[in-house]
Ligand binder design. Structure first.
Ligand code: BEZ
Length: 213
């Protein structure tokens, strides 16, 4: 059965360009993003992996480790990394899992046979420090993912884990957020949102992002 939000991300041991990876142990206490690539030496994947390498500092700042997976073997990945570095003017600085036995692809239901019975789709799994799957994204092979959106989802998950807020449409870090409707006690509201809020409707209350000065 497909993984659902809140499920524990299945653990595995698999080879990667950075040696053997035991997922849970490798993630440690931080967040993780596991994302699949249909095939090595393909153009869209090459741009995605280059973009991910360039965002290393952004992921680090958010305490997120990134882990790519493709069903091709390790020797193929190692050659492909050379191409990625050359063509995307970067250095791939995160592991790419070699998954020729489809262990990881099957565990995470990344092969959708009605789309393609050999290659994975473009899946993204956001994994929290308790190893729970907190969000997923699925795109077809022909559509490259937006890595600003991946960072934005992490920002939303990390913020909403710590404050009684949700993030509205197209929200970006630093913009106003929404107080969760369940929170109604005026004293608690005052204490949790000292900057105040605007009640557009009783269920739609806007407040500045609470963790910012
Ligand atoms: C790509 O990454 O460019 C790609 C991979 C599989 C099918 C189509 C495009």
């Amino acid at each position: 059965m497909a993984l659902r939000l809140g499920d524990i991300a299945p653990d595995f041991v698999q080879q990667s360009t950075a040696g053997e990876i035991k997922l849970h142990e490798w993630l440690g206490e931080g967040w993780g993003v596991l994302f699949s690539h249909p095939k090595d030496f393909t153009p869209v994947c090459t741009t995605e992996l280059g973009a991910t390498a360039k965002l290393a500092e952004e992921f680090k700042r958010r305490n997120v480790k990134v882990l790519a997976v493709s069903v091709d073997p390790l020797e193929s990945h190692q050659k492909w990394v050379g191409d990625i570095n050359e063509t995307q003017h970067t250095t791939v600085n995160f592991p790419i899992l070699a998954d020729p036995d489809r262990k990881v692809s099957d565990l995470y239901d990344m092969i959708h046979p009605n789309a393609n019975d050999t290659f994975t789709v473009r899946s993204v799994f956001f994994i929290d420090p308790k190893k729970k799957v907190r969000a997923t994204i699925t795109y077809p092979a022909s559509t490259g993912r937006n890595f600003d959106e991946i960072l934005r989802v992490i920002d939303s998950l990390q913020l909403t884990d710590h404050y009684s807020v949700a993030t509205p449409v197209n929200w970006k870090y630093g913009e106003d957020v929404i107080i969760v409707p369940a929170l109604q006690d005026p004293e608690v509201l005052k204490q949790k949102f000292p900057k105040g809020y605007t009640a557009v409707k009783p269920y739609l209350r806007i407040t500045p992002q609470p963790d910012l000065k």
